[in-house]
Write a protein that binds this ligand. Structure first.
Ligand code: KE4
Length: 427
């Protein structure tokens, strides 16, 4: 790494815990010092020495239109000249809420937050307040932000209540969260049989991205919807990653499954701090000030984030047809990467869902956290650094999703494949 970068990291560590403002950025999973970013444009990101990389992290998802899109930048500039935050309602918030409701049929009303964590935390509190029940269920390997009740590891038995996933989380809290194996209908049915009467909500990433990309097995989400509807359990789709990624709406639009509540984030803020929770009016009206379920935020619906997000979503609405082109580009990239690995005698399992994918360093199949964890993370780390050397920026963890944007060109794809060949040669 360059001396400039090393100095930047050493300086950051003096004043910021771990030198980063979010753990995954510290590269502990792949070792080495994290690269500091100077700027980004389109599909490219640049380090402090100005070296260019093709970016497949895209700020962990928001930059689906590419970095520094001119129309989004000018919308932010324009909005900033009128002030940056008012703590009072603005029409941009109404326009954003209306656009989301029109794009995602299961959403009748919205509440904006400043992060995906807040959206998920609010959804859980709302489900508990609405049903009067306490226990919630999630799926191992799915991530819904860092609220206490979401940082829970699976208990010893599949249907035993959770254990704290981090110091600082009381056992009592963990005892109220079940963590079930993803894509496992048998465990789900057993858990609902045992806990159904006390289960307030089940929250799920409809296409998992946080154990690496793990698509839902046929029938998994449909059965989840049927079982929760029958037992008066609120079904929450966490679409913070998938919202507006594959179509102008949620992945729920494509799956034709209607959850009771949906969490959104990332893309709807175009890179500015944003989250949202939306769902049936009869549930949403329980949120303060109409109802008694408290939720608040100084910067919720911030005008800059609203105007940036609105610009991005309107561009995506215009590009409806192009989503397919991005999917095809991703499909080509993944199949060629698979061939390159095969030619070099490496075995990888590439999970892809439309324009998001993960290269698992193992034979596969990967359909839940346990199978994802069979990956060779040391080999992944060597590949990560090999690709970085060739100017390709991958997520610094085997258990994250990679994204192709509308800004990635065919040239980017062919450069990435060349980089892959060279990275494997040197691995
Ligand atoms: P934020 O609080 O980070 O805005 O959103 C939390 C969240 C909620 N739900 C899903 C499905 C998510 O993927 C996330 C956040 N994603 C991670 C990366 N996979 C953010 C990156 C980070 O933590 O630095």
């Amino acid at each position: 790494m360059s001396k400039k970068n090393d100095r930047a990291f050493a300086n950051a560590k003096k004043f910021i815990s771990g030198g980063v403002n979010s753990p995954v950025r510290a590269w502990h999973a792949v070792s080495g010092s994290p690269i500091f970013v100077q700027k980004a444009k389109g599909s490219k990101i640049y380090d402090l020495s100005g070296k260019e990389y093709i970016d497949y992290v895209l700020s962990w998802g928001p930059m689906i239109l590419g970095h520094a899109h001119p129309k989004i930048i000018s919308a932010i500039r324009q909005s900033a000249t009128s002030g940056t935050s008012f703590g009072a309602p603005t029409e941009a918030e109404t326009e954003m809420a209306q656009l989301i409701c029109e794009a995602i049929p299961s959403i009748e009303q919205v509440r904006m937050t400043s992060s995906g964590t807040e959206a998920a935390m609010t959804a859980i509190r709302l489900a508990r307040g609405f049903t009067g029940k306490k226990i919630i269920a999630k799926f191992s390997g799915c991530y819904h932000g860092h609220a206490d009740s979401m940082l829970i590891k699976a208990g010893s038995g599949v249907t035993t209540l959770g254990i704290p996933g981090s110091p600082g989380i009381p056992e009592e809290t963990a005892q109220l969260t079940l963590s079930l194996p993803y894509n496992d209908l048998e465990s789900l049915q057993k858990a609902i049989e045992i806990h159904g009467a006390q289960l307030a909500a089940i929250i799920v990433e409809p296409v998992a991205g946080n154990m690496g990309v793990v698509p839902p097995r046929d029938g998994f989400l449909k059965t989840l919807r049927e079982l929760t509807a029958k037992e008066n359990i609120i079904l929450i789709f966490d679409e913070v990653i998938t919202g507006f990624r594959f179509t102008f709406g949620g992945v729920q639009n494509l799956l034709k499954i209607k959850p009771d509540l949906t969490c959104l984030g990332k893309i709807i803020g175009a890179g500015l701090p944003v989250g949202a929770i939306g769902g049936r009016k009869e549930i949403m009206r329980h949120l303060a000030p109409l109802g008694d379920v408290y939720q608040a935020g100084t910067l919720s619906g911030n005008p800059l984030a609203m105007n940036a997000g609105l610009t991005a979503l309107k561009l995506l609405k215009e590009k409806k047809a192009d989503f397919k082109a991005v999917d095809e580009k991703t499909e080509y990239l993944c199949s060629e990467i698979q061939n390159i690995f095969k030619e070099k005698g490496f075995c990888v399992c590439i999970n892809r869902y439309h324009s998001m994918f993960t290269i698992f360093f193992q034979e596969g199949p990967v359909f839940d956290l346990a199978t994802a964890q069979k990956s060779d993370t040391k080999m992944f780390a060597r590949f990560f650094h090999g690709m970085l050397k060739q100017g390709v920026w991958l997520a610094p963890s085997q258990f994250e999703a990679l994204f192709v944007s509308f800004a990635h060109t065919n040239k980017d794809i062919s450069c990435t494949l060349d980089a892959c060949k060279l990275a494997l040669k040197n691995i």
